[in-house]
Design a protein around this ligand. Sequence first.
Ligand code: FDA
Length: 503
Amino acid sequence: MKPSHYNYHPTFPLVFAILLAFSAASTAVAQPHDQFLQSSIRILRFDTETTPKPLVIVTPLLASHIQATILCSKRHGLQIRIRSGGHDSEGLSYVSQVPFVLVDLVNLRSIDVDVESRVAWVQSGATVGELYYRIYEKTRTLAFPAGSCPTIGIGGHLSGGGYGVFHRKYGLAADNVIDAHVIDANGRILDRKSMGEDLFWAIRGGGGGSFGIVLDWKIKLVPVPPTVTGFSVTKTLEQNATQLIHQWQYVAHRLPKDLFFLVTISRANETVQATFSGLYLGLVDELIPLMETRFQELGLTKQDCIETSWILVMYMSQFPNNTLESLLNRTAANKTWFKIKSDYVKEPIPESVFAEIWPRYFNEDEGRYGSIVLVPYGGEMDEIPETQTPFPHRAGNMYKIIYTIGREEEENLDFQRYLSWIRRFYEDMTPYVSKSPREAYVNYRDLDLGMNNGSGITSYAEASIWGLKYFKNNFRRLVQVKTLVDPQNFFKHEQSIPSLSSW
Ligand code: FDA
């Protein structure tokens, strides 16, 4: 990305001031932008008539538009919310209880892939689907280790870590960032050198919306074989799913880094099923003997596998006709009322939990809409020191649990029932997961863990309640960086890193 893209544009403050005045006079001003609001909202909990709306939505075309928006918002005493892909699970990128300006980066999504140097510059408004597509159109032997949902935005995803099918081999998306441009609370555009290593550390996993607006990221691309193997095996309770899940815990995090396989558990008709699926960075003739040695009980056969490119393994089931252009579609295919929670597991969970507690929840009426995913760690994740980035869940974690519940929109849906289901389930898992703190993944924002208080002045002790869960001892350094770079706490939301000088 050429620095000249980021020149300041002096007329923009005027445009913004006019928009603000206009929006104060007429609520209709947001109408032309509703398409952006709608297209990015993934979670219908925040798409209601009573959800607070922004005074204005700014969709910058240039960095100078963001600079002007920051300066004008400060002058008018308005909060800013930043949206890249809009997947924040608590709507923090587009909902605020105080008057606010929404900066939607949908128009800043250029991607520049340099195959020879194995790097790319990607703007925050791009989605991971767009990034994967642009890499793949140039080469079959490079990839980027990030998440699997194609509509996730680069801005929020890299800000919080970003795991996926390659993290056991190459670490998280944030581990593979080598430079970035950030606009700080004073409207300055900083690169890695000018921002310094502390801020560069903080933006790679410290959670979005706390330190500034990241314009773009320079990322390291990683080598992949042109042909890899994908596989999937589904077992019901009657087919020994319980024992297999229990056994999986001992196996998955110890496998070679080239093999990633997770378990998805959900209700199927009158039973519970577990789907074991994954990606192997090699051919099926190597995978089968490896699985026979390490996890024979699963009974993986060639018929359960397919050899193809990494991108097709990830998306074949979503785009059955190999229409990879669908990766360029930013609009989420399905939108649901949705709640997510996460846990980390350091000791194997007893089989009785999978045999008794989990089926009980899935057999409840609400359980039809719930699912649990077990994501293996180990491999490279064990080798990256806990303090290298703010993301602290490294060695010692066998796997992550993701709890979700989601329903398609229906009139008069009593979503409290579904929230209660996931909260009870999470509560019942307390004895079996990480403790002191009970760790959680910041990219699965969960306001049940605690919140900054509404006045915007939150003490270190108050914020530690959720901060230590997301960042463990890295939270302290995040607060120090925040205090240095944004002492007045301009960039804030319900779980933003607090500045010590603001209280
Ligand atoms: P969004 O735009 O909502 O931003 C999220 C947060 O980052 C907000 O606080 C926002 O203000 C801030 N932010 C956004 N852009 C910023 C910028 N440019 N500069 C500074 N702050 C910024 N995760 C994962 O690791 N692997 C996975 O496979 C998946 N899969 C997945 C599927 C689905 C359906 C959902 C809803 C979520 C995931 N996630 C995930 C979680 C995902 O990584 C997380 O929600 C990201 O924050 C989403 O980034 P967006 O840019 O889309 O969100």
